[in-house]
Ligand binder design. Structure first.
Ligand code: GLC
Length: 475
């Protein structure tokens, strides 16, 4: 079976968040299921080098006013790039101009991605088109009005990003007038790219079973819960995994010392290295908590800072790693400055340092207000940092709370707290500190976490089943 995936980012070519990890890793896992995935990305300036010796797969003489091409290259196996310089050959990140702020033609840039995806799917006779997030949301719309019927799967990585644009953009999209309707891409009087994807796709999934339920509620659905409830029969929740060959503590070059579930003792060297990097007292006995993530409301770093005095009073240390909203960056720096030697902040994105945190911290805190899946807690489990997580979305699905029952049954792998509440997080910290002092129980949790299967294996099989069903329904 041939699948064309369409997305705005994919690791290792271009990454701003977890979307790239999922889009990058799923094809490898699906290959083992006999599903062959090609992924179409925009050729941003940063992606150009990988396609410099590219071969033209498809010419698009007029893609929103200028010629464009789709390229493949030996330098980027499994990938294709939409070479449309008028839209993508620009400085800055995939979405933002240098210095922040969106480009004025964002709607057209990603409409072009969707349109190119639909045309490519036709040309290569794909069995299924797999669109990821709002940036690929128009691919199913264009495909619906294309000559050859190709079924679509749409994957929601985050409902909070909806790709909403003024209705005035509609005529430029080149879709039939009938598409601007409630039964189409009209969304509260405007145009919704995510709405379009959800409406026109033949099946929908999101990245964890719990999030698949949460988005059916007004709170989690953020305006689209009604549509999703109407499509509940076509909606699946399939957990993301980790690429466990890339994320392997026995071979990870970013660690100060490699280790495995059978022999976690070398983690001590990573803990010492992490303490040194964050300006913390190098102290093997101090419980070391870490946070790794975007400093954004969703991720709850503000809740963490509100609850963090409990950690300081309990003799623990805190390493904060991330970047994002300026007030949160400021607050993290401030907390670190006020607790010298006990708390440290690194403002920025540093994948190697993140890996050292997973492989050296005693606990990883993931206090998200909502979390469709989450990657950090999976890495933490595999790298032996016991996760302290908010009970929401994929966090709820991947960490087993150390309740009295779970401790008695020896199945706990971490700590869950109610989402969105600093007091609940503080109580979770107290529980974590008490468990840390009980060394045998602690080692049991850590060992079970490291032995947990966080790979893509089981989920790839579920994706394959959904894709096969789609392909045969329309074949
Ligand atoms: C988004 C979500 C995150 C998920 C990732 C990959 O970044 O916020 O929870 O893990 O997509 O699906």
């Amino acid at each position: 079976m041939k699948v064309l995936a369409v997305a705005s980012e994919a690791y290792p070519l271009i990454k701003t968040g977890g979307l790239a990890d999922a889009v990058g890793a799923l094809p490898k896992a699906l290959a083992a299921q006999g599903v062959q995935v090609t992924t179409l990305l925009p050729q941003y300036r940063a992606v150009g080098a990988a396609f410099a010796k590219g071969r033209v797969v498809l010419d698009l003489p007029d893609l929103f006013g200028r010629p464009a091409r789709i390229l493949e290259s030996p330098g980027a196996p499994g990938m294709m790039a939409l070479d449309a310089p008028h839209l993508f050959d620009r400085p800055g990140g995939p979405y933002a101009a240098p210095g922040g702020g969106e480009w004025g033609d964002t709607a057209i840039r990603f409409a072009a991605l969707g349109r190119a995806g639909a045309l490519l799917a036709q040309a290569m006779r794909a069995d299924v088109l797999h669109a990821h997030d709002w940036q690929a949301g128009l691919a199913p719309a264009y495909l619906r009005f294309a000559p050859r019927r190709i079924p679509c799967l749409f994957t929601i990585h985050n409902m909070a990003y909806q790709g909403k644009f003024p209705a005035a953009v509609f005529p430029a999209l080149g879709l039939p007038d009938a598409a601007f309707a409630r039964e189409g891409l009209e969304y509260y009087g405007a145009i919704g790219f995510l709405k379009a994807g959800l409406w026109f796709a033949d099946a929908i999934n999101t990245v964890s079973p719990s999030y698949a339920e949460e988005i059916l509620t007004p709170e989690g659905g953020m305006g689209l819960d009604g549509l999703l409830r109407g499509r509940a029969g076509d909606l699946h929740g399939i957990l993301n995994g980790l690429d466990v060959t890339d994320w392997d503590p026995a071979r990870d070059a970013a660690l100060a010392a490699t280790f495995s579930a059978d022999d976690p003792a070398p983690r001590a060297a990573n803990k010492a290295a992490l303490q040194a990097r964050f300006g913390l007292a190098v102290d093997a006995a101090a419980p070391l908590f870490a946070f790794v993530g975007r400093l954004a409301w969703q991720k709850g770093a503000d809740l963490l800072l509100e609850a963090a005095p409990v950690l300081m009073q309990g003799g623990a240390q805190l390493a904060l790693l991330g970047s994002g909203d300026a007030p949160l960056e400021h607050a993290c720096r401030g907390f670190a400055a006020a607790h010298e030697g006990r708390a440290g902040a690194f403002i920025g994105f540093d994948e190697g340092l993140a890996r050292l945190a997973y492989g050296g911290a005693d606990m990883l805190v993931v206090p998200s207000r909502f979390e469709p899946c989450g990657l950090a807690q999976l890495a933490a489990l595999r790298y032996g940092a016991v996760p302290v997580v908010a009970r929401t979305g994929g966090l709820a699905d991947t960490v087993i709370d150390a309740s009295p029952m779970a401790l008695a049954a020896a199945c706990a792998t971490g700590i869950q707290v109610a989402a969105g509440r600093a007091d609940a997080l503080a109580a979770g910290f107290r529980r974590a500190l008490a468990l840390y002092r009980d060394a045998p129980t602690w080692r049991g949790m850590q060992g079970r976490g490291m032995a947990t299967d966080v790979s893509w294996g089981p989920s790839a099989a579920r994706y394959a089943a959904v894709l096969e069903r789609l392909a045969s329904r329309h074949g």
